[in-house]
Design a binder for this molecule. Structure first.
Ligand SMILES: [Zn+2]
Length: 267
């Protein structure tokens, strides 16, 4: 946790500002300005949530240490090639994410960041920006933190819920989300929160998996849907984003991999 990034945060319970209370960004605690709520920093990660009680299979598997360890090592490098049906390596994904923002100061938030792949891409591409990654899974965040330290990237990782983001309103110049929308239970609430923390000129880059049209893909997706994974019709998501004041700049579908880039219209 970069202590300087506390300026972007608010108490998830009473919305007062958060200040460092004891220790430092590695081991310590922060307390809200009302002196009512205290949150622990451990392993360099600020924990704003109570103990985990995952409600779906996808969320549950994210709580396993093995999943956190295996995610970027084994699964993630090949995921987009499998889902897109073509060679879709990190370099291609990295180019899409890292070319989406302007090289000014400001905050970029990686929502439901897993091992922090997108957080690291933007932190590397925009060293002048602050980058905060949030996720509900502590094992995922510990792995994300380990990778950020190895890459010497000053990313703040926070255990928090995308439905109640811990950022103040109007502070995020950029928001990135890689595949997490498919695992989220309450998308309107997540979009409400993303729109609340966005600045009037904010950019939102989202990668999600869309609904398959072929029988084979449909069968697999039907099985996965019982584990808490939802596949979208892009038009439905675009309609929602538009309602929340986002303008779609680009929307690209490769296989079932969908990248969307949207900016705030100043609404
Ligand atoms: Zn508080």
């Amino acid at each position: 946790m970069q202590i300087a990034d506390l300026i972007y945060l608010r108490c998830p319970t009473c919305h007062a500002t958060l200040r460092l209370h004891i220790g430092d960004g590695v081991n310590g605690s922060v307390r809200c300005a009302n002196n009512t709520h205290t949150y622990i920093i451990r392993h360099g990660i600020l924990d704003l949530l109570p103990r985990a009680h995952p409600t779906s299979m996808a969320a549950w598997s994210n709580e396993w240490r093995l999943t956190a360890w295996a995610y970027e090592r084994i699964w993630r490098p090949y995921a987009l090639s499998i889902f897109s049906g073509t060679s879709f390596g990190y370099d291609r994904e990295q180019a899409i994410v890292s070319e989406s923002f302007t090289p000014t100061r400001g905050l970029i938030v990686d929502i439901a960041c897993s091992n922090g792949l997108y957080a690291r891409i933007v932190a590397k591409a925009y060293p002048q920006k602050s980058v905060i990654g949030i996720d509900r899974s502590m094992p995922m965040l510990i792995e994300a933190q380990r990778r950020a330290i190895a890459a010497r990237l000053p990313i703040s990782y926070i255990r928090a819920d995308a439905r109640t983001l811990p950022m103040r309103s109007g502070v995020a110049e950029g928001i990135v989300m890689g595949g997490s929308l498919n695992e989220m239970a309450d998308i309107p609430r997540v979009f409400t929160e993303i729109s609340r923390i966005a600045t009037p000129t904010s950019t939102f880059v989202n990668m999600a998996l869309i609904r398959a049209t072929r029988f084979f893909g449909k069968t697999i997706q039907s099985a996965l849907s019982h584990g808490g994974i939802t596949f979208f019709q892009p038009d439905a998501i675009i309609a929602q984003l538009t309602r929340y004041g986002w303008q779609i700049k680009s929307s690209t579908i490769t296989g079932i991999v969908w990248f969307i880039n949207a900016t705030r219209t100043g609404a």
